[in-house]
Write a protein that binds this ligand. Sequence first.
Ligand code: ZN
Length: 237
Amino acid sequence: MPSASPDRALVLLSGGQDSTTCLAWALARFGEVETVGFDYGQRHAVELACRDAVRRELARSDWPWPGRLGADHLLALPTLGEVSSSALTAEVAIAVAANGLPTTFVPGRNLVFLAFAAALAYRRGCRRIVLGVCETDYSGYPDCRDDTIKAMQVALNLGLETRLVLETPLMRVDKAGTFALAQELGGERLVALVVEETHTCYLGDRSRRHDWGYGCGTCPACELRGAGFRRWREGSG
Ligand code: ZN
């Protein structure tokens, strides 16, 4: 069994609000933090471009976590795009399908991500894997639920004979709470980074700027983020 350090973390970074906040959360807690991203042909590939900007900004030495941000790993998973015809990877309209799940659902996506992230964490000596899944802003994705993640942790640790810990700091936090967490971790500066550099819109629209960030303003992801931002602003005075 390799000796994974409890002070080393691997963060799943998509370039969106949630994973960016999770990266700051990990940087505030752990001594060495690496990131992993997945390119599976998602049509909001603009998210992947946001990853670099987020990493560049959070690597600056004047945050409370200087020198902690380590290597980035970008893994190509075109097969995931091949087996799914969801609204994130193909020209399918974003709607709610007959089974009650939005068409943005890529079946089993987080399970696939976690299997690869665990293999990478094993190699890199990271005890912790941090991911921004959430069952509060509920969109019905079964692979974001706490039970799924806990079961996956058990399966991965059995299959790898190791003691990985899957950290999900946003599991019970809504979008307003995610903005509040960013403020708590890095003040208005981190909130501004989230607004300017992260991406959420399912349509990949970065031509329209709102007070909560860039996006079409009407897709489910934009509506969720906009409503969360307003609730947080009202709540924080
Ligand atoms: Zn949108």
